[in-house]
Design a protein around this ligand. Sequence first.
Ligand SMILES: [Zn+2]
Ligand SMILES: [Zn+2]
Length: 219
Amino acid sequence: MSPTSDEKAKAHSSTQNKEDLEGEHNEWKFRVPYKVHENDKNFKALYEGSCHCGRVQYQLSREKPLDAKFCHCSTCQTLHGAPFQWAAIFHKEDINFTHGHHDLGWYDPGEKTTKHKLPCKVSCSYCRSPIMDEGRNMILLFPSLIKFKDKKEKHNFDPTCHMFYGKRLYDFPDGLPKWSGLSGDSDLIEDSPPEAIKKRKREVEEKEKEDEEGKSEKK
Ligand SMILES: [Zn+2]
Ligand SMILES: [Zn+2]
């Protein structure tokens, strides 16, 4: 979707360098989540976050993420230089970059290129702090960048599960559901809650039954 002439005029009035806005390779700047909501009175800023150097700053308008998870996959371990990643899922409309949103760097872990190809990793192009993973429909923000006012605020971002726990570098005996791979699409292992394991077992059995029935119908 190309930016409208109105959107372009607005962007041109707030930037010095016109070349930064023209052309197909700059169209992302007019799309969520990068579109600036600064003139949007309806954007309610509940949280603020920033990268290490402070060039990239953003606000969030949703009190509780749609979900929050710890990911222990090897890509997260390498790209974050940490044993696991803490990610909170938001809609692209929930974020408003107030500074440095045009100074972001991309990395596509699939093709190992620095192109803005979804899903991709988004970082500050100056200090290299990881900012978020941008998916096709959602963003996965890293809450460590948010300045929480109190414990209650941070509590909203508590993880609901661990995923790729099979790849973990350390154990987290916290009683949360632990997926061996992708959440909702692998086995629940270790100290996952027994009722969650039972539920998962039922789902897998039902799925197997459906697949069986599907097969016999086709015959
Ligand atoms: Zn930075
Ligand atoms: Zn991961």
